[in-house]
Ligand binder design. Structure first.
Ligand SMILES: NC(=O)c1ccc[n+]([C@@H]2O[C@H](COP(=O)([O-])OP(=O)(O)OC[C@H]3O[C@@H](n4cnc5c(N)ncnc54)[C@H](O)[C@@H]3O)[C@@H](O)[C@H]2O)c1
Length: 465
């Protein structure tokens, strides 16, 4: 470990003067790992990023982030210019110098059930074991079922000739603001069961602690639970307001205004109370499923049985769009539908478990000719949904459409010229699945606007992004 004096010239102005630089290996360079590796090298640590995906390694080495994340390209270039970020496809002898191994590999839903597939974590443990020094620590950042740290530590102990250190440090970054969330998180949770890991993790995060970012020290099991509890709470909040939307639609009330009204109560708060086609992405859906599977394994399925309803509500919002489309157009066979948005949320190209893509698939399965547009995610759509047509521009998507559906709340859609789009569409009908359109302007241009959970007739209030 070397003393360095590095003040990154990034907007975050993390001051790392006097930081004791550590040698850190980030294992897995996806959305989480690539951001973590870049951020930690920017604050002054010496990073090795390892991922077996050669295409990802080649891209990162060439200074290209292999996914869209605002600001990360520039930050990668800055990190590479410091000479403190090496990217490679496998461990080399330099791994023997590593003080902290951060596990950032995927934990997708298992193919055979709702539980998490931990095979990538297991193989990353097997890969690093030959290089692990007795005083180095292994730290999991991936989202996992409670008990994973203990199991991985047991696995590692069979591969090395000493008692290994293994702890958990769950990650809360959000795609779209990942770099900021990593450099200046709301809090850092370190789940440690002995003082050595705690000391090294506090040293790793010294630049953040210097900014008074809270470091919450817990045991490793609590740390594993913190992350799934946080995601379960967020998913529940979204499904709660979407349940209110279901009821509002039935009785002619307006769930967007309801959300505003209850959100002023600071015990409730107005964040994550947006009605629409629900949550998705590479984390929330699989994490609440894995939590249910984990609880069932513990004989505690009742403790989180509400999560099954949270997911049911979420899925019903997707089919609600199909129902509205049928109510409006009748048989959907060969009807042209423009799906505006593919990413699970704006400012990312991530389409894993995306509500917009789920709706697109439902419409396609009902016979519609679905044309998808997204400002950043079209390459992923082309790769993963060869059955759907992809448009490179918003205008191309809307041209000749009999129905337009807003599936992702990109600003481009909120700011789109509804008069121009009205001339291009075959039928001026739009379902706003994200409540982002300035609907009065759209109506003034002749569009019929159906906004999920809203009663536009009786509540003429615009909700603008
Ligand atoms: N994406 C997010 O916003 C986010 C936020 C918080 C937590 N997480 C959690 O972080 C973990 C990773 O998520 P992600 O979105 O970055 O996934 P991802 O699929 O984008 O990246 C995972 C990476 O791990 C690599 N990998 C697989 N096996 C490996 C091995 N043996 N050694 C090294 N690398 C290996 C893959 O090639 C891939 O690049 C998950 O547990 C996720 O739940 C993600």
């Amino acid at each position: 470990m070397n003393k360095v004096s590095f003040v990154p010239h990034s907007p975050q102005s993390l001051s790392s003067v006097g930081l004791v630089s550590m040698k850190v290996a980030v294992i897995g360079l996806g959305y989480l790992g690539a951001t973590t590796a870049v951020a930690l090298s920017l604050v002054g640590h010496d990073l090795i990023g390892i991922d077996p995906d050669q295409a990802k390694v080649d891209a990162l080495r060439a200074g290209r982030v292999p996914f869209f994340e605002p600001g990360l390209d520039e930050a990668l270039a800055q990190a590479q210019s410091t000479g403190r970020l090496a990217i490679q496809a496998e461990h080399t002898c330099t791994s023997a110098d590593v003080d902290v191994f951060l596990l950032c590999v995927g934990t997708p839903q298992s193919r055979s059930g709702m539980g998490a597939d931990l095979r990538y974590l297991e193989s990353s443990i097997d890969d690093l074991a030959p290089y692990l020094r007795a005083d180095a620590i292994v730290v999991g950042k991936s989202t996992v079922p409670v008990g994973t740290a203990e199991a991985l530590k047991g696995r590692l102990a069979t591969l090395v000739a000493f008692e290994p250190y293994l702890s958990w440090n769950p990650e809360f970054l959000r795609e779209g603001t990942a770099l900021k969330d990593t450099l200046t998180p709301d809090r850092i949770v370190i789940g440690v069961d002995e003082p050595h890991s705690e000391a090294l993790l506090r040293q790793l995060y010294q630049p953040m602690a210097d900014l008074d970012i809270p470091i919450v020290k817990v045991d490793s099991k609590t740390a594993e639970l913190v992350k799934v509890a946080a995601n379960s709470f967020l998913a529940t909040k979204i499904s709660f307001i979407n349940a209110m939307a279901e009821i509002s639609e039935q009785v002619g009330a307006d769930a967007v205004l309801l959300a505003e009204a209850i959100g002023y109560d600071e015990r409730i708060g107005n964040k994550f109370l947006k009605t629409g086609i629900g949550f998705g992405g590479g984390c929330l859906p699989k994490d609440i499923r894995a939590f249910q599977a984990c609880a069932a394994d513990l004989g505690l399925e009742q403790s989180v049985s509400f999560l099954a309803q949270v997911e049911d509500i979420n899925m019903r919002r997707r089919t609600r769009v199909l129902d509205i489309a049928r109510e409006e157009l009748g048989d959907l066979t060969n009807r042209r539908v423009a799906m505006l948005g593919a990413a699970f949320k704006p400012e990312t190209d991530d389409i894993r478990d995306s509500p917009a893509m789920a709706v697109a698939e439902l419409l396609w399965a009902a016979g519609a000719h679905v044309v998808v547009h997204d400002p950043k995610a079209v390459d992923n759509v082309r790769r993963m949904y060869p059955n759907l047509t992809v448009a490179d521009t918003l205008e191309e998507a809307v041209a000749h459409a009999e129905l337009v559906v807003v599936g992702t709340e990109w600003r481009d859609y909120a700011l789109a010229d509804s008069a121009v789009l009205g001339h291009l569409a075959a039928n001026k009908l739009v379902i706003d699945g994200r409540n982002v359109l300035p609907y009065r302007q759209w109506q003034a241009n002749g569009w019929k606007v159906i906004a999920l959970g809203r009663n536009l007739e009786h509540n003429p209030v615009e909700v603008l992004v």
